[in-house]
Design a binder for this molecule. Structure first.
Ligand SMILES: Cc1ncc(COP(=O)(O)O)c(C=O)c1O
Length: 366
């Protein structure tokens, strides 16, 4: 069986080897500060006794699981601390396929490319439901695609790459479809703190044994390198997921989990608000400057990304390489996210130089 190395790495590698100055808008690595409490927790950890440097409980530090459970209103037994949202999604998809209710996973188009990658790796089949041009998902289309073969539906709101935030009604209907077909809704909520619209609704708001919620601190605390995320499983699905997590990883990283716990307890809502404000400013600066290019673009309701379409310049890998070399701006090819956005390019707003980047694009497309 073959599975692909995600394209992100090829683009990042190409950009890092480019001759001139390149503004990196490829990955979703925040360029802003983590909370002070996280740095303090990490400093403090360095001086602890050797026993603090040994295996943590495989399912995650108890205090961290309790904190997550309290915040999310679930039982701590349902929480597995994972190696980022990446592992949380893997555990959720594997668990859904293990139920032997079918081997099909319903994904959206556009799609976060790791989902089809994981589906293939896990031996599942995939079927895509198109989002509309605003990135919204019509539950009626998902219902039409669902069948007895459906093991899981994977939804991501706020969405990478479209920036769409699904309303509560959509989440409610997606859970209902999972229930109707005895499948599982997997709701990836890794950008929940970057809802710019105020319309975000967690799948946890709908009580059900047919939904798994995945999340991480990678984006919300600006620590993609720490690798701390979590999955919340229905009680009857959690045991196998914990075993799989243990067999694959033994355990997660103890200092990272400790620092995250300190950050959660020692950080007020203003930290998250500031990050949203910065993102709003960047969206405005980037899209205002994009207006000068004549490009069509998306204005995100959430997450970090703007998609842009330049007349006669499809979102291929070749064009992305050309923009790196000729314009000094690195984005992602839209065709990495499925067929529907193959004319588009995606730009991550994780640099203070967003306006300069749009100016460079304007100069290039002039
Ligand atoms: C939708 C989505 N899910 C999951 C991830 C991976 O998150 P983590 O770094 O916590 O594994 C990303 C990262 O960009 C993402 O955009």
């Amino acid at each position: 069986m073959e599975y692909e190395t995600p394209l992100f790495f090829r683009v990042m590698e190409y950009a890092s080897q480019a001759e001139g100055d390149v503004i990196d808008m490829v990955s979703g690595n925040p360029d802003w500060e983590p909370p002070q409490a996280l740095r303090d927790g990490l400093h403090e950890y360095a001086d602890r006794e050797p026993d603090a440097f040994q295996y943590p409980p495989s399912e995650g530090l108890l205090e961290l699981r309790e904190e997550i459970a309290a915040r999310r209103g679930v039982d701590r037994e349902q929480v597995v601390v994972t190696n980022g949202a990446g592992e949380a999604n893997y555990l959720a998809m594997a668990r859904a396929l293990e139920r032997d209710r079918g081997d099909e996973i319903i994904l959206t188009d556009p799609v976060y490319p790791y989902y089809p990658g994981k589906t293939t790796m896990l031996g599942g089949t995939q079927s895509f439901v198109a989002a509309n041009e605003n990135g919204q998902l019509d539950p009626a289309d998902v219902c039409e695609a669902a069948s007895e073969e459906t093991a899981a539906i994977v939804a991501n709101s706020p969405n990478n790459p479209t920036g769409a935030v699904y309303p509560e009604e959509t989440m409610r209907k997606l859970v209902a479809i999972a229930e109707e077909y005895d499948a599982v809704l997997i709701s990836d909520e890794v950008y929940d703190h970057f809802d710019l619209s105020g319309n975000f609704s967690s799948a946890l708001a709908v009580d059900s044994d047919h939904r798994i919620v995945t999340n991480a601190f990678s984006k919300s605390l600006a620590i993609t390198g720490f690798r701390v995320g979590y999955a919340i499983f229905p009680p009857e699905l959690v045991a196998n997921a914990k075993s799989r997590h243990m067999l694959v990883n033994v355990a997660g990283s103890r200092p990272s989990q400790y620092a995250v716990l300190q950050a959660l307890c020692g950080t007020g809502p203003d930290y998250y608000e500031r990050n949203r404000d910065r993102l709003r400013e960047r969206v405005d600066a980037f899209t205002d400057a994009l207006d000068l290019t004549g490009a069509e673009y998306t204005t995100p309701e959430g997450a970090f990304y703007v998609m842009a379409r330049f007349e006669g310049y499809p979102g291929t890998l070749e064009n992305v390489f050309e923009l790196i070399d000729e314009a000094g701006v690195a984005g992602m090819p839209g065709n990495a996210f499925g067929d529907s956005r193959s004319d588009w390019l995606r730009f991550a707003l994780v640099t203070p130089r967003v306006e300069e980047a749009a100016d460079r694009l304007a100069a290039y497309f002039e």
